[in-house]
Design a protein around this ligand. Structure first.
Ligand code: G4P
Length: 531
């Protein structure tokens, strides 16, 4: 197969949802279609159960599972599909944001009864900001839920999307009869036990055909006709270019648990979803069809075995062919590196590969050289954009609890931050270190891992910070900036990249600071340059 054909057949995507909407179940059903797993139940629930905050075994178990399910790849109808796992737990949201920089599209799963939930809102907002093509799957149609039109309204309003239904449910819950596939003009009947046999659906070009009454009953047939007509009047027609540019989102209905509507989703997905897209670097736009290799690290996972402190760095190939044992430039540290055992991911296992193509994810063993966001090239000075840090939501001072082990503590903190577990800020005034996280759970993870992997002990101390604001002065030499630095001295810190950060204690402080120092810009993400 030629290089261009390899690119064209790849679909790299993530599934996002609020916990419990059915992401794991859907993933598993998708894998079944690829023949990647033989039975349901093979993909472990990659989530932290409620109340598990102090259960370290649970955290460790999670880490194990999340390596196994980080990338699930399979072949379906000759397409190479790479599903990138995105943790649903809100404390790991930042991990998900970063993974979203490596996908070419996403599938959003929504629970028909619960509708749009907070975590979905947050994640969709990130995808919307980046114009990532999104496809919506409304799940659990076998249960009582919201009216389909109300739900479509909710998706449009709460998520700011423009939807176009590609299928439509016939009844719901107890009365659920199936779906009409508007996209393929087929009727799919729900038997309640579709776990093993997948029906192909009945061709149904014309819903006016009286046969419909015989198949689903007169009332349901009338309702379906009216509803599908309403759909065609109210919603825009599907337009692939609009979907690809992120301005139109096709919607499918189904039940992942019953494997119903999943094949339709997958069939449409491989048709319409994008193959690897060009990616912005600070210097230029890199096209996937370029022959020279480029790629970037979007995730780092520590080894489970504390005796071997190597880590797995996940690299998304943006262009060219990644070859085993070829020398590549690690742009940040300026060194050429060769990889003798790069891993590719298939369903739940990983194996050493000789070649990987754009869209693929390669796992590389690393002893601490890589950081999230690092770029690999064949020599070009290139830095991929789009892995910003967002302001954490929790802030605590970190103290060394064992003075004999300070070296271990700082090394541990350094490496955990490179992995993206949390963010470290160093106060300008006194050099004290502050850890910022998205969720409280991370503090326990850090404490536990410092002790078990680095032999260091730490304690925390609360710090009242509302948001970390990255500071950008219009003119670093003007008096206004000098005044800002003098007055806010106690609240200024550096992030790990050495960028200046203002740790504001309230929303009011941010507002006041902005009006008092209009030439000092405050940003809520670390990546604000060259946008
Ligand atoms: P998540 O990864 O998004 O967190 O969700 P997950 O797939 O684990 O699904 C959450 C719960 O919803 C699971 O039940 C799952 O069986 C159920 N579920 C998923 N899809 C459907 C569906 O189409 N219909 C119905 N009725 N239920 C569905 P659980 O009891 O919480 O977990 P488990 O004990 O079955 O693993």
């Amino acid at each position: 197969m030629s290089f261009l054909e390899e690119i064209k057949r790849r679909r790299t995507f993530g599934i996002i949802s609020h916990p419990d909407a059915g992401k794991t179940t859907l993933t598993e059903k998708l894998l079944l279609f690829g023949g990647a797993i033989q039975e349901a139940g093979a993909v472990k629930n990659n989530k932290i159960k409620k109340g598990a905050t102090s259960d370290f075994m649970e955290i460790e178990r999670q880490r194990g599972i999340s390596v196994a399910t980080s990338v699930l790849a399979f072949i379906y109808k000759d397409k190479k599909i790479n599903i990138l796992d995105t943790p649903g737990h809100k404390d790991f949201a930042e991990d998900t944001f970063r993974t979203l920089t490596a996908v070419d599209s996403v599938i959003v799963v929504i629970d028909v009864a619960k509708g749009v939930e907070p975590q979905t809102e947050k994640l969709v907002e990130v995808c919307r900001m980046r114009s990532i093509p999104m496809l919506v799957f409304i799940n659990k149609l076998d249960r009582e839920g919201k009216d389909a039109f109300d739900l479509l309204d909710e998706v449009e309003q709460k998520l700011g999307l423009t939807v176009t239904p590609m299928s439509f449910p016939i009844g719901m819950g107890y009365d659920f009869k199936g779906i009409y596939n508007i996209w393929e003009k087929k009727l799919n009947l729900f038997s309640g036990d579709n776990k093993t046999s997948i029906s192909e659906g009945i061709e149904f070009d014309d819903l006016a055909n009286p046969q419909l009454n015989e198949i689903i009953g007169e009332t349901a047939a009338e309702t379906l006709r009216e509803e599908v007509e309403l759909v065609s009047e109210v919603y825009p027609e599907f337009d692939r270019n609009e979907y690809l540019s992120g301005s139109l989102q096709p919607v499918f209905f189904g039940s992942a648990l019953n494997n119903f509507g999943v094949k339709e989703l997958l069939d449409a997905f491989i048709e319409i979803a994008p193959s690897p897209q060009p990616k912005k670097a600070e210097e230029r736009l890199v096209d996937s069809k370029e022959e020279k290799l480029t790629g970037f690290v979007f995730k780092i996972h520590a080894n489970m075995d504390p005796k071997h402190r190597d880590r797995l760095a996940f690299i998304k190939i943006v262009s060219g062919v990644f070859k085993r044992n070829s020398p590549y430039l690690h742009v940040r540290n300026g060194k050429k590196v060769k990889f003798s055992s790069p891993n590719a991911f298939f369903a739940e296992k990983k194996e050493i590969v000789d070649e990987s193509f754009p869209g693929d994810i390669v796992g590389i063993h690393d002893t601490g050289n890589f950081k999230i966001g690092d770029t690999l090239t064949e020599g070009e000075q290139l830095n991929f954009k789009g892995i910003p840090s967002f302001s954490p939501e929790h802030f605590r001072y970190v103290n060394n609890a064992d003075p004999m082990k300070s070296k271990q503590l700082y090394k541990g903190l350094d490496q955990l931050m490179d992995e993206g577990v949390a963010q470290l800020f160093t106060l300008d005034m006194n050099g004290r270190r502050v850890i910022g996280t998205v969720g409280a759970l991370q503090y326990e993870v850090i404490q536990y891992r410092l002790e078990h992997e680095y032999g260091a002990k730490c304690t925390y101390e609360n710090l009242q910070v509302h948001k970390a604001c990255w500071v950008e002065p219009e003119d670093a030499k003007n008096d206004e900036f000098k005044d800002f630095k003098r007055v806010k001295q106690r609240y200024l810190a550096k992030d790990k990249q050495g960028q200046l950060v203002f740790l504001a204690d309230s929303a009011f402080t941010i507002q006041m600071t902005q009006s008092k120092y209009p030439t000092v810009k405050l940003h809520f993400t670390s990546e604000f340059k060259n946008n």
